[in-house]
Design a protein around this ligand. Structure first.
Ligand code: HEC
Ligand code: HEC
Length: 318
C-alpha cells in the first residue's frame, strides 16, 4: 500500500509478535502483549489488588506498597505493612513482573501465583491467613457473584491467586518508544537515549540486564568486582540474598537481576533501597559490577552517559 503526501517515509510497523515466537537476535527484546488473559479475571484481580480486606487490620492492600500511579512502588526505601515496621527489602515494581523468571529479590517464588503467599502471610506485610482472607471476601456477596460468574467455583484460594496473577500479567508495559526502536523504528528513541543504550550495551550492562525486561532473567552477585557490603557496612540477613534460600556459599549476596524497565520511576534503588538516584545506582553498578569508573557526561553530550532513562520509559504508565 502506498502512503502519499506526508513528505516523510513511513515505516510499516513490525507485526506484533506473540510470546510463542522466538527472541530477537540481540540481548534485549521488545515486550510483547500478554496472550490469553480473561478480561473478567483481570478485573477481579484489579479489585483484589487494592482490597485492604486481604490484610489482618483491613488497612494494607497490595497497592499500598505497589502504587500503580507511582510506577508500581511507594517511593520509600523500605515499605511499612500491618506491623508498622519497615520491611527488610526495597519494594520492587509489579509492572512487567510476569517477565521475571522468578519472583522476589532472592527468587524464592517460581510463579506469580505462588508469590502471593509472601505478602499475604508475612507478619510484616499483610499478616493474614488464607482462611481469614477467604472468609472475609466470601462475605461480600457482590464480589462472590463476580467470582462465580468468572470461575465456576467462586471465591477459592486458587481463584484468588489466579485473578491477582492475571491482573499482574496484564501490567505489561508494551509499545514504549524503546520497544518500537527494538521492533525496527530507528527514529523512536531520542538521540541521547539512543546513545545511552549504545553505552549500556558496550559497557556490558546487558550481560546481566537483558531479555524483554532488561533484567529479571538471571541471578547475579552484588559486588562482582568489589565488596559492596564491606563498603556500605551494617550487613543484614536480607543482604545474604539467595544464600538464605540455598545455603550455598556461592549464593551469598546473590540477587535476581532487577528489570530496568521504567526504572526512572522506581527510586530509591537496590535491594536495600539505599540509593536515592538513578545516577547513584549506575555509579554503583559501574564500580561493583564492572570495576570501572562511571564516565562523566560531557557538556557536548548532555545527559548521555549511561542514561538508561529515556529508552526505558513505558507507554502504559504515561
Ligand atoms: C507492605 C508492603 C507490601 C505489600 C502490602 C505487598 N508487597 Fe509485594 N513486595 C513488597 C516487597 C518488599 C517485595 C520484595 C520482597 C522480597 O523480595 O523478599 C515485594 C515483591 C513483590 C513481587 C515480586 C516482584 C519481583 O520483581 O520480584 C510481586 C509480584 C508482588 N510483590 C506482588 C504483590 C501482591 C500481589 C501483593 C498483594 C497480595 C503485594 N505484593 C503486597 C512489598 C509489599
Ligand atoms: C554482573 C551483573 C551486572 C552488571 C554487569 C550490571 N548490573 Fe545492574 N544490577 C545487577 C544486580 C544483581 C542488581 C541488584 C543489586 C541489588 O540490589 O542487590 C542490579 C541493579 C541495578 C540497578 C538498580 C535497579 C533497581 O530497581 O533497584 C540499576 C539502575 C542497574 N543495575 C543498572 C545497571 C547499569 C546501567 C549497568 C552497566 C553500567 C549495570 N547495571 C551492570 C547486576 C548487574
Amino acid at each position: 500500500m502506498a502512503l502519499i503526501g506526508c513528505g516523510r517515509a513511513v515505516q510499516t510497523p513490525a507485526p506484533l509478535r506473540t510470546e510463542e515466537q522466538s527472541e530477537a537476535s540481540g540481548p534485549i527484546a521488545a515486550i510483547v502483549r500478554p496472550a490469553r488473559l480473561e478480561p473478567s479475571r483481570i478485573a477481579l484481580g484489579e479489585s483484589l489488588f487494592s482490597d485492604a480486606r486481604l490484610s489482618s487490620n483491613g488497612k494494607v492492600s497490595c497497592s499500598t506498597c505497589h502504587d500503580l500511579s507511582r510506577g508500581g512502588v511507594d517511593g520509600s526505601a523500605r515499605s511499612v505493612g500491618v506491623a508498622g515496621e519497615s520491611l527488610p527489602l526495597n519494594t520492587p515494581t509489579v509492572f512487567n513482573s510476569a517477565l521475571n523468571f522468578r519472583q522476589f529479590w532472592d527468587g524464592r517464588a517460581l510463579t506469580l501465583e505462588a508469590q502471593i503467599d509472601g505478602p499475604l502471610l508475612s507478619r510484616l506485610e499483610m499478616g493474614s491467613t488464607w482462611s481469614v482472607a477467604l472468609t472475609t471476601l466470601r462475605a461480600d456477596t457482590h464480589l462472590a457473584k463476580r467470582f462465580a460468574a468468572s470461575y465456576g467455583d467462586g471465591i477459592t484460594e486458587a481463584n484468588v491467586r489466579d485473578a491477582l496473577a492475571s491482573f499482574e500479567r496484564s501490567l505489561a508495559t508494551v509499545d514504549a518508544p524503546f520497544d518500537r526502536y527494538l521492533a525496527g523504528d530507528q527514529g523512536a528513541l531520542a538521540p541521547s537515549a539512543l546513545h545511552g543504550y549504545e553505552l549500556f550495551i558496550s559497557y556490558g550492562c546487558s550481560a546481566c540486564h537483558q531479555g524483554r525486561g532488561v533484567g529479571g532473567n538471571m541471578f547475579q552477585k552484588l559486588g562482582v568486582m568489589a565488596d559492596y557490603f564491606a563498603d556500605r557496612g551494617q550487613e543484614t540477613a536480607a543482604d545474604l540474598g539467595r544464600f538464605n534460600i540455598t545455603h550455598d556459599e556461592a549464593d551469598r549476596h546473590v540477587f535476581k537481576v532487577p528489570s530496568l524497565r521504567n526504572v526512572a520511576r522506581t527510586a530509591p534503588y537496590l535491594h536495600d533501597g539505599s540509593v536515592a538516584t538513578l545516577d547513584g545506582a549506575i555509579r554503583i553498578m559501574a564500580r561493583y559490577q564492572l570495576g570501572r569508573p562511571r564516565p562523566r557526561p560531557g557538556p557536548s553530550r548532555p545527559g548521555s552517559a549511561l542514561s538508561v532513562r529515556g529508552q526505558l520509559r513505558s507507554a502504559r504508565q504515561g
